[in-house]
Design a protein around this ligand. Structure first.
Ligand code: C2E
Ligand code: MG
Ligand code: MG
Ligand code: MG
Length: 284
């Protein structure tokens, strides 16, 4: 069968398999051996500074190279992994791989930038998240300021516990971003209680920015809120120049989205990053 490659290299026919119990069981079993068989891979999407247009960060996004199913998107296995607890092992692997790769880029002379890693609520339930992060940083040699952890508001966190862990991480020098900001139930609660360094405006607000006055109002309000609280603001899912111009006008700090680049394999991201740095040098 010829399989259609999606924008992120996904194969589309995997999307409904969560509904089929037998498939689901197979997938759960496969998942557990996939780590040892090195079937997981990180893709990298650049985060670009609005003013300088430089790559100032990168988000690591996991994919699964399944031997029979091809490249599976995180939307198709992260929810399962969260249910069965596998996300804890996978999450640690993702963090270590992202930090190690980031260190490699620094070692070959690319400008140091933070790598963003998505955290699942299940990882907060581990007693030793802060220690795990510290160990990963020690093992990989990456300075804490080059790691950014993304948390989402859908996480039903015990606020006092979470703020304790997040404060530990902050004191270590690790940055904390709120991902998908505005889509959860406790956005402002998070801002009030957690040491947050950056807001990521969810792409559902960015998508119709040019046509929907509500979205435009929400986005400009999030930017103002972030800045009033001394946070950086990045917009996700930026696909068009009009969206970019709106965000620029409202002083959004950074953008991430297909407009600049989709998530890329490690090698392709490195090529893009190198090319980008060279351009900067020749422009000066
Ligand atoms: P996210 O953290 O909000 O990541 C952004 C998602 O938006 C990525 O989807 C990315 O490919 C997609 N995206 C980026 N730019 C655009 C754009 O311009 N337009 C559109 N339509 N989409 C864009 P992806 O890679 O499929 O990841 C989906 C979600 O899976 C992530 O959302 C994140 O919540 C989760 N995820 C991915 N990797 C990990 C991981 O290592 N651990 C955990 N816990 N979750 C992960
Ligand atoms: Mg994210
Ligand atoms: Mg997001
Ligand atoms: Mg997300």
């Amino acid at each position: 069968r010829v399989k259609e490659q999606g924008k992120n290299g996904y194969l589309f026919y995997t999307s409904e398999m969560n509904d089929r119990p037998l498939e689901r069981i197979t997938l759960e079993n496969d998942m557990r051996i996939a780590l040892t068989k090195e079937e997981f891979e990180l893709f990298y999407q650049p985060q670009v500074d609005m003013n300088s247009q430089q790559i100032v960060g990168v988000e690591a996004l996991v994919r699964w190279n399944h031997p029979e199913r091809g490249l599976i998107s995180p939307g198709d296995f992260i929810p399962l992994a969260e249910e069965n607890g596998f996300i804890v092992a996978l999450g640690t692997w993702v963090m270590e791989e992202a930090c190690r790769q980031n260190m490699k880029w620094q070692n070959i002379g690319l400008p140091p930038i933070p790598v963003s890693v998505n955290l699942s609520v299940r990882q907060f339930e581990m007693k030793n998240l802060a220690e795990t992060v510290r160990d990963v940083l020690i093992r990989t040699g990456l300075e804490p300021r080059y790691l950014d952890l993304e948390i989402t508001e859908s996480m039903t966190l015990d606020v006092s516990r979470a703020s304790h862990i997040l404060k530990k991480l902050k004191d270590m020098g690790v940055a904390i971003s709120i991902d998908d900001f505005g889509t959860g139930y406790s956005s402002l609660h998070y801002l009030k209680n957690f040491p947050i360094h950056r807001l990521k405006i969810d792409r559902s607000f960015v998508r119709d920015l040019e046509h929907d006055p509500n979205d435009a109002a929400i986005v400009s309000a999030i930017i103002a809120l972030g800045h009033n609280m001394n946070m950086q603001v990045i917009a996700e899912g930026v696909e068009t120049e009009d969206q970019l111009l709106f965000l620029q006008k409202h002083r959004c700090d950074e953008i991430q989205g297909y407009y600049f680049s989709p998530p890329l394999s490690c090698q392709r991201f490195e090529e893009l990053f190198r090319r980008h740095c060279k351009q900067e040098v020749t422009q000066m």
